[in-house]
Design a protein around this ligand. Structure first.
Ligand SMILES: NC(=O)c1ccc[n+]([C@@H]2O[C@H](COP(=O)([O-])OP(=O)(O)OC[C@H]3O[C@@H](n4cnc5c(N)ncnc54)[C@H](OP(=O)(O)O)[C@@H]3O)[C@@H](O)[C@H]2O)c1
Length: 270
């Protein structure tokens, strides 16, 4: 009997939150891992734990995806060691605390590089070999925000909506090739995301039913990708909100949307 083929998953933003849980989920299914994010210490801790618990190979490549050459540098490092990527999880991401007008341009540029460019670059680099081999899985972690109005001056819903739309088109291009492409859209999820936006206690100020664990998001997202679903909005509550957003007139949806990230922070303080 021949050994079952070992496959490798590249997870971006694997040092915390949804990315770390994606790495764990895939390790538990026997995938070797390539983990990337900026924090080398955090990546090493995740890698050591997953190697010990699941006996998979785990390599870490620190990279700032705000730097345009990072995806290509990761490709070169893997190609040098003849590592093929079979699963690509484009997960790294964050929100900007201030509006476009209030934010220094280099900060906006780096945000757009991470959120709107780097994940396309990864697909451009890693999808062709998947297509040649006739097997691949691409998960793009977008957001429920993709379907919601943009808070005033913010850029987040826009980039996530681009991710969903582009992801759908890529999936259609790949149909019948063995390569799946799915946009996973979580709502509020426990992770480091909100603390980094300056809202460490937001989960305690909101109803529990609005929140999911990263494990719930990853479990549903990966199942959706295995079925080659174009879009997976995770959790019943988020599905209901998405359904509502599809029928409510835009001006009403806009009136229900927080004015800005700053608005949410200020409300907490009062
Ligand atoms: N949490 C939510 O409520 C929620 C809801 C909808 C969608 N999402 C999306 O889910 C994804 C994961 O977020 P999360 O909730 O797990 O947040 P998180 O806990 O803050 O994790 C974000 C990950 O992205 C990495 N990252 C951030 N900036 C980076 C950069 N410039 N270069 C490389 N890596 C970078 C971080 O690592 P380093 O800091 O080590 O670089 C970290 O591993 C994001 O795309 C986010 O937009 C989150």
């Amino acid at each position: 009997m021949t050994e079952p083929e070992r496959r490798t998953a590249l997870v971006t933003g694997a040092s915390a939150g949804i990315g770390e849980v994606f790495a764990e989920h895939l390790a538990a299914r026997g995938f070797d891992l390539v983990l990337t994010a900026r924090r080398l210490d955090a990546l090493r801790q995740v890698a050591e734990r997953l190697q010990d618990e699941h006996g998979v190979g785990c390599r870490v490549i620190p990279a700032d995806l705000g730097e345009p050459e990072s995806p290509r540098r990761i490709l070169y490092e893997l190609a040098r060691d003849e590592v093929d990527v079979d699963v690509l999880v484009n997960n790294a991401g964050y929100g900007l605390p201030d509006t476009l007008i209030e934010t220094e341009w280099p900060t906006v540029q780096a945000f757009m590089e991470v959120m709107a460019v780097s994940w396309l670059h990864f697909i451009r680099l890693f999808a062709p070999p998947m297509l040649e081999r006739g097997w691949g899985r691409i998960v793009n972690v977008a957001s429920l925000a993709a379907f919601a109005p943009e808070p005033q001056g913010s850029l987040y819903s826009g980039v996530k909506s681009q991710m969903v739309t582009t992801s759908r088109g890529l999936r259609r291009q790949f149909l019948g090739t063995g390569v799946h492409c799915t946009a996973v859209c979580p709502g509020f999820t426990h992770s480091e995301f909100h603390a980094r936006l300056g809202m460490p206690d937001i989960a305690s100020r909101m109803p529990r039913w609005m929140w999911q664990s990263a494990e719930q998001v990853v479990d549903e997202g990966w199942r959706g990708c295995e079925r080659n679903r174009p879009v997976v909005v995770t959790g019943v509550t988020n599905k209901l909100i998405r359904g509502l957003l599809a029928v409510v007139p835009t001006r009403i949806a806009e009136a229900m949307t927080p004015k800005s990230i700053n608005d949410i922070r200020t409300r907490r303080a009062t």
